[in-house]
Design a protein around this ligand. Structure first.
Ligand code: NAD
Ligand code: MG
Length: 407
């Protein structure tokens, strides 16, 4: 027997974290800080929150920091030079693509919220990076374009959304083979049902942003929290699963599971159903993707099924959650319809959070927008962004009309 050899020292992978100041950003940095031998931080980005970004730079000492929503400004530049001298501060949205494609970065965590994340996320895929995908809106808007770019550049895509990460883990060969495999019958995405799952329907018109953002199981950014309350989040996730796993819509189902312990399931032709479970903690899928194909510590509490006792499941109520059906319809329509659905949803959610639109008007704004906007193709990034702009303008118009009427 050969004497035991020490494993060869590996250079830590360098990570660009787009959306570092958000909820996924915080969970990612928590996991990364547990594994300094595996990861170094190359770049951190935030939209406008200079204070939060500076604090993160002090702690994680990236090579670059980006404030994407600000024009070049001497005041933050001077503060960063003084308090985080290891980091160079950049400004503007263009810098996001720079740090996502830089030769010095190996892995990109795409955790910007909304359509704003699409250009930098697709740029990372085109540059052949290992892309950890939290920004589901990018795939919803430009699924076929995004997947083709990743294939052509041999970018490795690893899902962060807990459901898609679960599906990835349950697919044949640990995700190596998509749902296109003849052995897979169905993908079942679980959904908690959000804070209004059991609320009387007549109460929904008057719910507040605070109530909508108080998710029973997950602490998340405000936009995805509202999406969870309307179940548009699950609609976006059906579209995301369609492209990530090459699964036709009729083979993707949604099941309500209020405890958020089973994160999704894959059913095989022999009747076997494989599920992935954990406590609801985004550090689990994040650690899975950061470590893949190895397993690394996430910091999450171990799952104690004995203490939880029982898990329950029910079918979604499409009258209570019309957004889910709107998403399936946009997916079946194809082209730029999912991009328009996403744009209308973003505009409606923003208006709801600003108390300018009733909660129950959100699906109405989306369906009015899709009816008004002519179909468009989604073959190019410019085409997708143009469809997004048109749908946003149409949605703002509907919001203005609805805002003056009672829900
Ligand atoms: P968040 O609101 O907490 O953070 C969003 C981040 O994006 C922040 O760093 C913010 O500065 C940045 N940002 C906002 N607007 C921007 C813009 N116009 N340009 C550039 N950067 C901008 O959001 P989050 O909850 O962390 O979610 C991030 C993404 O991950 C979303 O796409 C969401 O759907 C997805 N996701 C989140 C969770 C979760 O548990 N939070 C779970 C699954 C998927
Ligand atoms: Mg999810």
């Amino acid at each position: 027997m050969k004497p035991e050899q020490a494993a060869p020292a590996r250079r830590p992978r360098s990570l660009t974290l787009l959306g570092a100041s958000g909820s996924i950003g915080a969970s990612t940095l928590d996991v990364v800080a547990r594994h300094p031998e595996r990861y170094s931080v190359f770049a951190l980005t935030a939209h406008r929150s200079a204070d939060a970004l500076l604090e993160l730079c002090r702690r994680h000492r990236p090579r670059y920091a980006v404030l994407s929503g600000l024009a070049p400004d001497e005041a933050p530049r001077a503060r960063f030079a003084r308090e985080a001298p290891a980091t160079e501060l950049l400004f503007g949205a263009q810098a996001l693509e720079g740090v996502a494609t830089d030769a010095g970065c190996d892995v990109v965590m795409a955790a910007i919220v909304g359509a704003a994340g699409l250009p930098s996320t697709i740029a990372a895929a085109r540059a052949g990076k290992r892309v950890l995908l939290a920004n589901k809106e990018a795939l919803v808007m430009a699924g076929p374009l995004f997947m083709r770019a990743a294939r052509e550049a041999r970018a490795v895509l690893l899902p962060i959304d807990s459901e898609h990460n679960a599906v990835f883990q349950c697919l044949p060969n640990g995700g190596g083979q998509g749902a296109g495999s003849a052995a897979v019958r169905r993908i079942v995405l679980t959904a908690s049902g959000g804070p209004f799952r059991g609320a009387p329907p007549e109460r929904l018109a008057a719910v507040t942003p605070e109530e909508a953002c108080a998710h029973p199981n997950w602490v998340m950014g405000r936009k995805i929290s509202v999406d969870s309350a309307t179940m548009m989040n699950k609609g976006l996730e059906v579209i995301e699963a369609r492209w990530l796993f090459d699964a036709p819509p009729e083979r993707i189902e949604v099941l309500i599971h209020p405890q958020s312990i089973v994160h999704s399931l894959v059913e095989y032709v022999d009747g076997s159903v494989i599920a992935q479970m954990s406590n609801p903690d985004m550090r689990v899928p994040i650690a899975h993707a950061l470590g893949f194909p190895e397993r690394i510590d996430s910091g999450a509490r171990p799952l104690d099924l004995g203490a939880i006792g029982s898990l329950s499941f029910e079918r979604p109520d499409s009258r209570r959650f019309p957004c889910l059906e709107l998403a399936y319809a946009a997916l079946r329509q194809g082209g730029a319809a999912p991009a328009m659905l996403n744009a209308a949803n973003e505009a409606a959610v923003e208006a709801f959070l600003a108390r300018r639109l009733a909660f129950t008007r959100i699906p109405q704004v989306i369906s009015a927008t899709l009816e008004r906007c002519a179909p468009a193709s989604a073959d190019t990034l410019d085409g997708v962004l143009e469809a997004d702009r048109r749908a946003r303008a149409a949605a703002l118009d509907s919001i203005a009309r609805f805002a003056h009427r009672a829900a």
